[in-house]
Design a protein around this ligand. Structure first.
Ligand SMILES: *Cc1c(COP(=O)(O)O)cnc(C)c1O
Length: 386
């Protein structure tokens, strides 16, 4: 007897999973095409770092490749090695560059390091001097103070006639720190700095914009755009309606219980019921990335005194009450008619009815963190494009 024999004939693991994630790959690829359209004449990459923002590098990578993406960005070399199997002839850029001991991986899997410092540059020059030419990219810092050569280092490099012929960057890039705030004056300042870099590296492609920058207009597009969050249905610009919803997270009701006025809920008894209540105990907790800061009460982590998280079931928004625990969350379902919900039903945590970024704001964070923190227990189902 196998595990499958215990399931009803028409059920699979997904149908009974405690917590589950549906990823709409048709929406993902629509969003990529949408960003490609908005990028105008510029080519459009896909940023798939951190397991494609938590949604699965393999499935998302294949879907984006089939939709036509041929430039990908990952954060670390291992992600590039994984992606290579699904994107045979794509250009894969590794944003954190190269580390001693990894040289062979860039050659074997044809990955492009994004060199981020003089130190990395020196390492790479030595590598190509020994092993022959291999494409690389250069990151230039225009104000972020994260990774990248300084403006001066970059321009000196561009003007350096003595640099070895075996060193041939294929892309020079920089990153906006406040692209999600279109009125920030720093966008223009970074743009002007990057225009100088781009001019210094004439003949080499240049790239400045992630999702947000694409919305700042054509000046910001250069040769290649690098959308990430917008592909996955998150807000690119703070408060702006996202593209199509890609991810839906749900968790199962284990028990529905009744409790009386004055009773308290969850650890620390931080929430006291003010009416006779029905409570749904749901199979998701902070170990699943349902952040503790979404608790209905009793967490000092959340700024601004927001109300905490909420789910969606049978047409109703239901609030989280009390503290979220490792594996369980309690929702107040008193306002949902008794005949509309039962044990085993699923509560939507975010998705078509509860925008990802609303959940993020309620937790005091951003959609990126909610997606990349989803945890290992979510049973996943992918919806494929026709
Ligand atoms: C993560 C990242 C991106 C994608 O950013 P989104 O805001 O998700 O579109 C692009 N470029 C760099 C350098 C990044 O680190």
């Amino acid at each position: 007897m196998t595990d499958q024999d215990f399931l009803p004939a028409d059920a699979d693991e997904f149908d009974i999973a405690p917590v589950r994630l549906t990823v709409d790959l048709a929406a993902l690829t629509d969003n990529w095409r949408d960003m490609a359209r908005r990028s105008g004449k510029s080519r459009t990459a896909a940023v798939v770092k951190a397991d494609a923002y938590g949604l699965g590098l393999e499935d998302c990578g294949i879907a984006l490749y089939e939709a036509g993406a041929r430039d990908f960005f990952v954060a670390v070399v291992q992600e590039g090695v994984t992606l290579r199997a699904y994107a045979p002839d794509a250009r894969i850029f590794v944003l954190s560059g190269i580390w001693p001991g990894q040289e062979h991986l860039f050659f074997e899997h044809d990955l492009v390091p994004v060199l981020t410092s003089e130190e990395q540059l020196a390492l790479w020059m030595a590598v190509v001097a020994e092993h022959g030419d291999h494409p690389c990219a250069l990151q230039v810092d225009t104000g972020f103070n994260r990774l990248g050569l300084s403006m001066q280092e970059a321009i000196e490099l561009a003007d350096d006639v003595s640099r070895p012929a075996s060193f041939s960057p294929v892309l020079v890039l920089s990153h906006l720190h406040s692209g999600d705030m279109p009125s920030a004056p720093s966008n223009k300042a970074q743009l002007e700095s990057f225009q100088k870099v781009s001019a210094a590296f004439e003949g080499i492609d240049s790239s400045l914009s992630a999702s947000a920058g694409i919305f700042l207009g054509e000046d910001y597009h250069f040769d290649l755009t690098r959308p990430g969050i917008a592909l996955y249905g998150g807000e690119a610009i703070d408060g702006m309606k996202p593209l199509r919803t890609v991810a839906k997270a749900e968790a199962r009701i284990i028990q529905i219980r009744t409790a009386g006025t004055g009773d308290t809920v969850s650890y620390g008894a931080t929430y006291q019921l003010t009416r006779p209540s029905r409570l749904a105990i749901v199979s998701v907790g902070y170990a699943d990335g349902y952040l503790r800061s979404l608790s209905g009460s009793g967490v000092p982590l959340r700024a601004g005194g927001t109300q905490g998280g909420f789910g969606f079931i049978a047409g109703h928004r239901i609030p989280v009450v009390g503290r979220i625990t490792m594996d369980l969350t309690i929702f107040d379902v008193t306002d949902v008619p008794e005949n509309e919900i039962k044990t085993g039903d699923y509560v939507e945590l975010f998705g078509p009815n509860i925008p990802l970024d609303d959940v993020a704001r309620a937790a005091g964070t951003i959609g990126y963190e909610v997606l990349t923190g989803l945890g290992l227990r979510h049973e996943r189902r992918y919806i494929y494009p026709d």
